[in-house]
Design a protein around this ligand. Sequence first.
Ligand code: Q46
Ligand code: ZN
Ligand code: ZN
Length: 319
Amino acid sequence: MKCRVCRGPAVIDLRQHNANFCAEHFTKFCRDQAARAIKEFEMLAAADRVLVAVSGGKDSLAVWDMMHALGHRADGLYIGLGIGDYSEESGRYAQAFASRRGWNLLTIDLRDEYGYDIPTGSRSAKRNPCSACGLSKRHLFDRAARDGGYDVLVTGHNLDDEAAVLFGNVMHWRVDYLGRQLPVLPARDGFPRKVKPLVRLSERETAAYCVVNGIDYIVEECPQAVGNKHLGYKEALNAVEAQSPGTKHAFYFEFLARASERFQDIAVEEQEALRPCLSCGAPTVTEVCAFCRLVDRAGGSRPAEPVELSPRNPRGTAA
Ligand code: Q46
Ligand code: ZN
Ligand code: ZN
């Protein structure tokens, strides 16, 4: 097996591209794919201040690495979700990655700063853990980017993720979501533009990128992911992909090219209905946004009045 570019020994074969690459040219291939997505969808401008949502997994660490390789001096943000050992360990990978490179990693701990973690908070709010988690992450990444003066929030969603979400939305014909499933979501009301530079790369490719570039990442899946629908959709698409390589790419990119526009009206209507949350200012269709309601119900620690810190109340949580 020889590298398509230099004819040296290849370390990976990419059936979809009918190509094999050595480590150096595979790294270049991945960065070129990210650069192509950035250009094609106008994700980033050279002067943008960039924040990367970092989980400690392969995709977020790979995309952070690629941002720097492509000349964007991005900072990272890690959110401690309090999902037992998984969160502890993923936080360690994120920290180790950042400190080895001397890059700036911001952190938010849900329990310390909002008085709940995903397992207990989702139970008290009677929400599915992944829905409470997704909502918390979206809100806190957005807010941190706005407060820190970042222009753009980068996430590590790859082709498998996007194709699986699209598959789920199509299976249930969630037309409102279909109108919003884009690799770039524009900035609004002081909240950053959101972009997904890895949409041209598969999960296998981002994992291989980490391995050949010596990036250590948490391999275990979040325990909450086991058996969830999203993984089921990925498996279904993998079965199709194994039969006909390139199907996943066609499914997602042909959707963007030919179909997504048909659902835009619904997305625009939804956008127009958004107004600032009375409590935190985030865009919402209700008076108080879903995150603020979650924090209230999950036993949140947002005191109405300033609370004095004391040894008995070191975090200033409301009584
Ligand atoms: S971290 Fe959170 Fe995922 Fe775990 S609880 Fe679900 S959403 S599965 S990306
Ligand atoms: Zn080569
Ligand atoms: Zn709010």
